[in-house]
Design a protein around this ligand. Sequence first.
Ligand code: MG
Length: 161
Amino acid sequence: MAIRIGHGYDLHRLVEGRRLVLGGLEIPHSHGLLGHSDADVVLHAVSDVILGALGAGDIGQHFPDSDERYRGITSSELLKRVVTLMAGRGWRVGNLDVTIHAEQPRLGPYREAIRQRVATLLEVPAERVNVKAKTNEGLDAVGRGEAFAATAVVLPKAVDS
Ligand code: MG
């Protein structure tokens, strides 16, 4: 098949006493995301979007929380494994667009660094990656500052094209 597309989504609760890690970068904030390992909502959505595009399920299937091998593993390491799987099937990232849904802190100052980091993990030039950050205007759990979410779409490109 010459054309594929994926969609990724993730959400994590925001709590006190945790580091805030987005796109593999630690961002100074009073709260962090709750979950296994670093709970990096951005890299989870990016990993899922690639697996989705490949028709290969999701990160929960590939790296179950219940499996001791994945205890404490970083989301960056999980994404690297997903990229290896993608390459093994003959695909790389054509372009990827990710949106971070977060009320506070304002992520504009970190957007470019997150973009560079995600592109490095995907082994593509930064111009193939776009990172957007949106607030939810004070509405719903994200808007009330109780959670961060991330959505992503990817267009894979065949390695031999
Ligand atoms: Mg997650």
